[in-house]
Design a protein around this ligand. Structure first.
Ligand code: FES
Length: 114
């Protein structure tokens, strides 16, 4: 029987991917950038710094393939997905999820949501 793999410690305590994919206006699937994801990602990055949240990374990502639910982000290692569309939503995710270790249930995406 193979032994269980031993992973190295996490490099970032949280790694956040915010989809900033751009599609042409009128595309049937839409895109996260149409909902302001580029500005909101930049806001999240700066606000996290201002709050002193260390050892995280807020990356822009390509399409996460849940476009109809966007703008979307996913936070690892938890693998929790959020829809967000305002700076207030970002503030709540930073405070509740990243600082307090809780969840913003009203914004969470479930696996069966498409
Ligand atoms: S465009 Fe953002 S998930 Fe596809």
């Amino acid at each position: 029987m193979a032994s269980a793999p031993v992973d190295p410690p996490l490099f970032y305590s949280r790694h956040i991917f915010c989809c900033t994919n751009v599609r042409p206006a009128g595309h049937p699937r839409g895109c996260c950038s149409a909902g302001g994801s580029e500005k909101l990602r930049a806001y999240m990055r700066e606000k996290a710094k201002a709050l002193g949240i260390e050892n995280i990374r807020v990356n822009a990502s390509g399409c996460l393939d849940r476009c109809e639910l966007g703008p979307n982000m996913v936070i690892y290692p938890e693998g929790v997905w959020y829809h967000y569309d305002s700076t207030q939503d970002v503030d709540e995710i930073l405070q509740k999820h990243l600082i307090e270790g809780g969840r913003v249930e009203r914004l969470m995406l479930q696996p069966d949501q498409k």
